[in-house]
Design a protein around this ligand. Structure first.
Ligand code: CTP
Length: 408
């Protein structure tokens, strides 16, 4: 989990059955290094005790507006001033209504009124209460005042109704917090397209040709770019990975599909990172029926797929930054430098499949980042760390490129 060291997160827990889920949220944030302060409404204490949050966060959990926990401070003002973010979850219809209309009649609503930081509101209630026009209007008012409303999940509710109104799982709530706090927004306003995973080329309705790419490197880059505030499109071959939150994922199967997807998004892309392992060949034809076995050997005739980066080199517009990947098993530096030139790239990330800890299907990688100015060899790292280093270097060069173009 990303580091939240130095961040102060305030959790506002209201009186809904889902209040128990907030123990997991508090625990995950505390483990990520954040200072977590929990404020509960009186009603919330019917569902989960303040002691649970105190034990998890190592901080007093506050219910009473006139608490004497911090005798030298005006507690509600000091909490409001020091919080980097407030998540109200589960947010009941009653608390949402109070927040929308500036009513501050308990500690939670008072702190929210006094705070200037980003507020995330996760409504959780019965479907009829959620869909009632007054709740919908109140949510719109909160949005107008700058709060981010986290869409409730659908399913079986505590009241046995089935519908919208469930509090999303802790992982989803934490994704929202991470997006706000985990990184400086160094890529805000930048459109980043990433390709990831393998492609798959059918032979018949049963069989296909592919490679061992798991997509982990490309997905890690997509996540890192999203955390840095970029608008991210992830063009993904078939992989067994969870989607990256807040990233637009376009699923593709073949090299041709990937080519079409890249062609469509390239004009509106600022930075293109091609981490996908694209098939260079496909069967010259796809049999309509399963190919039956016969006596003797069988041969498959293959034809070349389009080189997507080759097309990008011919069609990219000025100012775009293009980074390729190069997977080799021998002569890594020479082959990768040749690809940098041939494909007119700004950068290429080279890795040697024969090096321990590098390549497909593992959580680590050993890469060398090559540009026209030279090469930077990185040690064995987790793929999310490689993604961070890679984006640091891209950001720096993308800026230099932009500055140079502005001078012309
Ligand atoms: N690539 C591409 N289109 C292809 C094949 C590869 O855009 N049809 C991209 C990959 O996404 C990667 C880069 O080209 O960013 C290098 O891929 P790689 O397979 O290492 O190199 P190739 O150019 O295909 O050369 P070779 O297979 O001969 O090593």
């Amino acid at each position: 989990m990303q580091n939240l060291q130095g961040k102060h997160i305030l959790l506002g827990v209201c009186g809904g059955v889902a209040a128990y889920k907030m123990a997991n949220v508090a625990s995950a944030l505390h483990k990520a290094g954040a200072k977590v302060s929990v404020i509960m409404t009186e009603n919330a204490t019917q569902f989960i005790t303040p002691l649970t949050f105190e034990a998890i966060t190592n901080h007093p959990c506050i219910v009473d507006t006139f608490t004497r926990e911090f005798p030298h401070d005006i507690t509600h003002i000091s909490l409001a001033k020091t919080a980097d973010l407030i998540l109200v979850a589960p947010a009941t219809a009653n608390v949402i209504a109070k927040l929308a209309h500036g009513i501050a009649d308990d500690m939670l609503t008072t702190v929210l009124l006094a705070s200037r930081c980003k507020k995330l509101i996760a409504p959780a209630m019965n479907t009829a209460m959620l869909e009632s026009p007054v709740t919908q209007d109140n949510l719109k008012i909160l949005e107008k005042y700058g709060a981010c409303i986290i869409a409730p999940a659908s399913g079986l509710l505590a009241c046995k109704d089935i519908g919208s109104g469930k509090l999303p799982e802790p992982k989803v709530l934490i994704d929202y917090i991470m997006r706000e706090l985990a990184r400086e927004k160094t890529l805000a306003g930048t459109r980043v397209t990433i390709t990831a995973g393998p492609t798959r080329e059918s032979l018949d309705p049963v069989r296909y040709l592919t490679n061992h790419s798991s997509g982990r490197m490309g997905y890690a880059i997509a996540r890192e770019a999203m955390l840095r505030g970029a608008e991210v499109i992830l063009i993904s071959g078939p992989v067994a990975l969870d989607p990256v939150p807040f990233v637009q994922i376009q699923q593709v199967i073949t090299a041709q599909h990937m080519m079409q997807a890249v062609q469509k998004v390239l004009p509106a892309t600022d930075i293109l990172i091609k981490a996908a392992a694209v098939a260079d060949y496909r069967p010259i034809s796809i049999s309509d029926h399963k190919i039956k076995k016969m006596e003797g050997d069988q041969q498959i005739t293959l034809e070349r797929t389009d080189d997507i980066l080759g097309w990008v080199a011919r069609n990219r517009r000025q100012g775009q930054f293009v980074c390729g990947f190069s997977m080799e098993t021998q002569d890594m530096m020479a082959n990768s430098a040749a690809k940098l030139d041939r494909k007119k790239l700004d950068m290429i990330v080279a890795n040697n499949l024969k090096v321990e800890g590098a390549g497909f299907g593992v959580d680590t990688n050993v890469v060398t980042i090559i540009t026209r100015d030279g090469a930077v060899e990185l040690p064995l790292m987790r793929k999310d760390e490689v993604a961070g280093k890679l984006l640091d270097m891209i950001e720096q060069r993308f800026q230099i490129k932009k500055d140079n173009e502005n001078k012309i």
